[in-house]
Design a protein around this ligand. Structure first.
Ligand code: IFM
Length: 447
């Protein structure tokens, strides 16, 4: 038997986010988030679905943590909902909201699961969007203030913090493509939003360090995709380079090098004006952990039909696809290598990886999601390959612990190790969940 064993103390975890699982959108003083507004607007989400109830985790958190414990996970990355804690975005704190996360942290620790707290996973208080949202620089101070509240309450027990999940998606999918809340289509706003999110990462890091008295690790999680040219032609290679800059380097360079490609590119300079102020890049460049969220790659060709960027995405023939993307396990290795080429001094972790599958329950109540198991085996093997090559990846977090609300795609795309019946809220551990539990127990893959 061929076994792939991971380093001792490798962190096997699962992840979720507040808006995608909690529900209870208007309970116990929670304020309105941009995702409530967006999903309540007809036509924005498939089937006009919303996460008013989602997986009802707000009420079922204990049962869900018990399931995590059953799977044997070592760590759980979850996000705190800003509008649950500071309903107006700034000012008055909602004690009941903070209490909820306090209970979660205690329960996790009781079950020997390390809490990894992420402060922002897209559910911005609507009130702050009304003041301009992330494109308004003032928001960075509000984020720091909210961070102080959360760190002040949970900091005595939480050592691992993530400021933001996938800043690129918040900025570009929310403010440029308009597919996510707040649904804007303004490239200039998106570039500003991205810069302010990164800046707020730096400000929040300072706050956590001053608020928490014991040693902490502070990180950020990035959605990264290796970008490949469709052919070996010069034009396609240049198209791939441009996309790599706009998708990967635009977040990696500021965080790992203290520079920004938006200062280099002529197009970007026109778009951005003077958004980067003196001292910003130094503030941004502070990181103890870099979380890599990997799902797929991007294959690009030159295409003059698309003005300014001159690129188009290609879906290569003959490969396997999921409900959302091409399945490309080697990309996991490729993106880890790309990040490693920056010679980062911080820790590296895979903080999300998973596949959307339209799982169903079989006659005997089991969910046989072989496709997910295959996906995970192949991707985890690529993490192992990276480690063997000297890239010290410290952990792997599966996305997601349970089925949840997949943003503008609603409930059709299931990502969980645990199946959720949306009518009854019954949980069923899928075959992949049991498989992942064995991986954790064996600390690796037994092939
Ligand atoms: O569901 C999302 C998550 O919120 C952020 N990363 C990608 C996942 C799958 O699309």
């Amino acid at each position: 038997m061929n076994t792939l064993t991971f380093p001792k103390n490798f962190i096997w975890g699962v992840a979720t986010s507040s808006y995608q699982i909690e529900g209870a959108w208007n309970e116990d003083g929670r304020g309105v988030s941009i995702w409530d507004t967006f999903s309540h607007t007809p036509g924005k989400v498939v089937n006009n679905e919303n996460a008013d109830v989602a997986a009802d985790h707000y009420h079922r958190w204990k049962e869900d943590i018990a399931l995590m414990s059953e799977l044997g996970v070592k760590a759980y990355r979850f996000s705190t909902a800003w509008p649950r804690i500071v309903p107006d975005g700034t000012g008055k704190v909602n004690k009941k909201g903070l209490d909820f996360y306090d209970r979660i942290v205690d329960e996790l620790l009781k079950r020997k699961i390390e809490p990894y707290v992420c402060l922002f996973h897209w559910d911005l208080p609507q009130v702050l969007q009304d003041k301009g949202g992330w494109p308004n620089r003032e928001i960075t101070n509000h984020f720091a203030e909210y961070t102080r509240v959360v760190a002040g309450r949970l900091g005595d027990r939480v050592t691992t913090w993530f400021t933001h999940n996938e800043p690129w998606v918040t900025a570009f999918v929310g403010y440029f493509l308009g597919e996510h809340a707040p649904g804007k289509k303004d490239i200039g706003a998106a570039v500003k939003a991205l810069h302010h999110i990164l800046l707020s990462h730096g400000l929040a890091s300072d706050v956590i360090r001053s608020e928490v008295k014991h040693p902490v690790k502070i990180g950020i999680t990035l959605n990264l995709n290796p970008v490949h040219p469709a052919t070996d032609s010069k034009k396609d290679r240049e198209a791939a380079e441009r996309v790599d800059m706009f998708m990967n380097r635009i977040v990696l360079d500021p965080l790992l090098k203290g520079t920004s490609p938006i200062q280099e590119s002529a197009i970007a300079k026109i778009l951005t004006g003077k958004i980067i102020q003196a001292g910003d890049l130094e503030k941004i460049r502070q990181l103890d952990i870099l979380g890599v969220n990997y799902y797929s790659r991007a294959v690009m060709k030159h295409d003059s039909k698309f003005p300014v960027v001159n690129v188009a995405q290609v879906q290569p023939e003959g490969n396997e696809y999921s409900g959302m993307w091409e399945i490309y396990p080697e990309g996991m290795y490729g993106i880890l290598k790309q990040v490693w080429s920056y010679q980062p001094t911080c820790e590296l972790m895979v903080t999300e990886n998973g596949v959307p599958v339209p799982d169903g329950v079989d006659f005997d109540g089991r969910v046989r999601d072989e496709r997910r198991i295959r996906y995970l085996r192949n991707h985890i093997a690529q993490v192992h390959r990276a480690i063997e090559d000297g890239i010290p990846v410290k952990g792997y977090f599966h996305w997601s612990m349970m089925d949840n609300f997949e943003w503008n795609l609603g409930y059709g795309q299931r990502f969980g190790l645990v199946y959720v019946d949306w009518k009854t809220q019954k949980r069923i551990v899928k075959d992949s969940g049991r498989w992942f539990a064995k991986v954790i127990q064996a600390n690796g893959l037994e092939e």
